[in-house]
Design a protein around this ligand. Structure first.
Ligand code: ZN
Length: 271
């Protein structure tokens, strides 16, 4: 599943390929995504110019003159920009053809992604309005998360992965951030000190930044190629390392399930 760094990399890869282009035609081959692709795009978009591509959580926001197209990649979705001469691929469900002879193609084998349209402020859209702050926002700071977590009995790992708390911290990143911040993942969120949250926020920011930086090398892949950067090669310190030695202290890395998700930690380094 594309996580926030992959979605941000997609944004950075796609934006220069579509910004300021004018739509000539929209073709919907299979509109049965997680929600139906609005058929009105076929008549609405031609003649409109794309201003830029933004992102909120894992949603990409394509700003057109009259509204915003909101794209979520779901489990297997990816975007690429091809020359019209390039043959369409299996699972290319939606194609936005530009007047310069290129096309933005949405490919999604499992079709759990979505393409939505709004005339209003996209941040107020029903899918986006209740989301917590972005991990790189100033609003995501130790005072905020410490205050929000008081009296919460939920374990700190699922708390960190809750999109109402902060968006974009997926399962792998949560395990890795808690390890770097030396916080045991099963500890109740309400029992984590403000100083520990300070370390956790720093760890989350570093890990996501590293993943986005690693994705930077794949940006060329959005034009006339696979269009899927995949997971970025990042050194994982605990995730997937159950039974192996902790890189800091030689204690064997443990694996537990928390909130139905595989969780990896060092019982010596994380308290
Ligand atoms: Zn350790």
């Amino acid at each position: 599943m594309p996580e926030l760094p992959e979605v941000e990399t997609t944004r950075r890869g796609i934006e220069p390929l579509v910004a300021n282009k004018v739509v000539a035609q929209v073709l919907i081959y299979n509109g049965s995504l997680r929600w139906p692709v609005p058929q009105e795009l076929i008549s609405l978009l031609p003649g409109q110019r794309i201003g830029g591509v933004g992102r909120r959580s894992k949603y990409l926001l394509f700003a057109f003159s009259s509204g915003t197209m909101i794209v979520h990649l779901g489990m297997t979705g990816h975007l690429r920009v091809d020359s019209m001469q390039t043959e369409k691929r299996k699972h290319d469900h939606v194609e936005i053809i530009f007047t310069d002879g290129t096309a933005l193609r949405y490919n999604d084998p499992r079709r759990f992604g979505s393409i939505l349209w709004t005339l209003a402020d996209p941040l107020q859209h029903v899918r986006l309005s209740a989301l917590g702050p972005e991990p790189f926002d100033r609003q995501f700071n130790a005072s905020y998360i410490h205050k929000l977590s008081r009296n919460r009995k939920v374990a700190v790992k699922p708390f960190l992965m809750d999109a109402h708390v902060v968006v974009g911290v997926g399962n792998i990143y949560a395990s890795e951030a808690l390890y770097r911040a030396r916080i045991a993942p099963a500890r109740p969120a309400g029992k984590v000190s403000k100083a520990a949250y300070e370390r956790l926020i720093q760890a989350v920011t570093i890990i996501l930044s590293e993943a986005i930086a690693a994705g930077g090398t794949t940006i060329k892949d959005f034009a006339n190629s696979e269009g899927k950067p995949g997971y970025f090669t990042q050194e994982l310190r605990v995730y997937g390392r159950a039974g192996q030695k902790c890189k800091a202290c030689d204690t064997l890395v443990k694996q537990i399930r928390l909130g139905q998700r595989s969780t990896f930690y060092c019982s010596n380094c994380q308290k």
